[in-house]
Design a protein around this ligand. Structure first.
Ligand code: ATP
Length: 513
């Protein structure tokens, strides 16, 4: 089996070679942690957005979608707490001169303890075979208990130190655990410092009068400040939600994992406004709903897990991540937060405007509580893309690279391939193209042998190839090849739309949620 790093390297190079993701401004040697989506990447990304938008806005009667601006009045960020508290603890290694997030170094150390516990469990499972009782083993095996207890102690101490802004203790913890720079092994660390992640910019023509602005570090605040506008014009009562997809910007300290951690990225967020006191029940419901949404993609339930937060952000009374098993291990894919009435309350205070809802059942006005679901579109792209990329050995001994994307998300739904470039086959192919193009993103390709063309389509995840040959001219039949099974069948050209639609329709995904 390929090593994890090799797998990740393959993902990055495949994404570039097949027009999914390019480094930004590459002719100038790129810009660190900023990427561009190419022709296939843009399609895949749009399809992921559509899957999310439809699941949120279309399937839920009480959720509406908006599109707010990236630039916002600067007081927004004072109220939200981002100016004072949107910091990451940063530490430098004096020998390698590399910069790290201190919390991530500690979390990675703790994760290794969990890996060790898992190894013990796997070993025992092998030893005991069918008689193995995992729950019992986990609660009685001393080694597993010790690993987990140690992990808990470390994470709790870190959470407490960060909460109290005791950065000296964060450093002390790194030293006590003997954490080394993962690349060089050096343990020669600087002190830990806080670093604000917001990008600043200016509005206005002259330097003296310019207003200091920030590029939004999350899309959520655009929803909060519009809460009353949307509530009044949509006439929704609580509970109701506002969804949004948009760019966010963070000056990340460490950004070495391709599109996992970018400085410009896209979020898909939904704020669910609920009566006070009901938020934790809605929070639990949304945790499950969001997990189900991910599971419907079919990437494998074993690749997901919840991680409940030890350290709660300043605005939350409960928070969890949905983690995904990326090629570099389990990492956060989506956050689900019970944000209390913090944001709306803070905007009320800073703006002097009431942001309340009159609840006819309770016969009172109040600031709603909020449950947020927030998923990174680019991280989702990486999860889907890396999970889909496979090297397969075929029966004839040859190999193929296939991108087994969920068909509804595939950039191109079908490729129409005339066997030769003459005898009227291209014209027949064009007729099919002109019929299918109104329903699906299809392409037509004439160059290279049919085998090569199949391989190219496999590599970008196209669910169907339609081959037009001489027989097609006499009986209007074509060969339809399916990506995953590589099975070929003869079908009538008039059936293509129905067959393709059955497989690639977004409805097939949405119905599984
Ligand atoms: P992390 O702990 O990984 O920095 P976070 O907890 O700061 O993430 P949130 O503020 O909860 O992230 O943002 C919600 C979602 O936005 C995350 O779950 C993630 O999918 C995505 N996201 C956050 N930061 C980035 C980034 N720099 N690049 C790409 N996606 C990101």
């Amino acid at each position: 089996m390929a090593k994890q790093e090799d797998l990740f390297r393959d993902v990055v190079s495949h994404a570039k070679e097949y027009g999914f993701i390019f480094p930004s401004s590459e002719i100038y040697d790129g810009l660190s942690a900023v990427y561009d989506y190419g022709q296939n990447g843009a399609e895949l990304k749009n399809n992921i957005k559509q899957y999310w938008w439809k699941a949120m806005v279309q399937l839920n009667e009480n959720i509406v979608g908006i599109d707010s601006s990236i630039l916002m009045h600067p007081t927004t960020w004072k109220a939200s707490g981002h100016i004072d508290a949107f910091n990451d603890p940063l530490i430098d290694n004096k020998d390698s001169k590399k910069r790290f997030r201190a919390d991530v170094l500690i979390e990675d150390f703790a994760a290794k303890l969990e890996d060790k516990a898992q190894k013990e469990i796997e070993k025992a499972a092998k030893r005991f075979g069918e008689a193995f009782d995992k729950a019992q083993f986990e609660s009685t095996n001393q080694k597993v208990i010790d690993y987990r207890q140690r992990q808990k102690t470390i994470l709790e101490r870190m959470a407490k130190s960060l909460e109290n802004n005791d950065l000296a203790d964060v450093k002390a913890l790194i030293e006590e655990l003997e954490i080394a720079d993962p690349d060089t092994g050096s343990k020669n660390w600087t002190d830990v410092r806080q670093f604000n992640l917001m990008f600043g910019t200016k509005l206005g023509a002259s330097a003296e009068n310019a207003m200091e602005l920030f590029l939004r570090p999350e899309t959520a605040q655009g929803i909060f400040v519009n809460f009353l506008n949307v509530q009044k014009t949509s006439r929704h009562r609580l509970p109701f939600g506002i969804a949004q997809i948009g760019k966010a910007f963070r000056n990340e300290i460490v950004a070495r994992q391709f599109i996992f951690r970018m400085r410009e990225f896209e979020q898909m967020e939904m704020q669910y406004f609920v009566p006070p006191g009901t938020e934790l029940q809605h929070y639990e419901e949304w945790k499950q709903k969001r997990l189900n949404w991910h599971l419907a993609l079919g990437l494998g339930a074993e690749n997901y897990r919840f991680h409940d937060h030890e350290k709660l952000a300043h605005y939350a009374n409960a928070a969890a991540d949905i983690e995904f098993k990326f090629p570099f291990g389990f990492k956060e894919l989506e956050g689900i937060h019970s944000r209390t009435d913090f944001d709306l309350g803070a905007h009320e205070k800073h703006s002097g405007r009431k942001l309340q809802f009159f609840d006819p059942e309770r016969n009172e006005s109040y600031v709603p509580f909020v449950v947020e679901t927030s998923v990174g579109l680019d991280r989702l792209f990486l999860a889907i893309f890396s999970n889909a990329l496979k090297q397969e050995k075929l029966d004839d001994g040859s190999e193929r690279t296939v991108l087994s994307l969920p068909p509804a998300l595939a950039p191109v739904k079908a490729a129409i391939l005339p066997l030769v470039k003459k005898d009227g086959l291209p014209e027949f192919a064009e007729k099919i193209f002109n019929d299918l193009k109104f329903d699906f993103n299809v392409i037509s390709e004439e160059k290279d042998s049919i085998g090569k063309r199949y391989r190219r389509q496999d590599a970008i995840g196209t669910p169907f190839c339609i081959t037009v040959d001489h027989e097609s001219l006499s009986d209007s039949s074509v060969t339809l090849r399916e990506r995953d099974t590589m099975k070929q069948e003869r079908v009538s050209a008039s059936e293509l739309r129905r067959i393709i639609d059955e497989k690639v329709n977004m409805r097939s995904l949405l119905e599984k949620i």
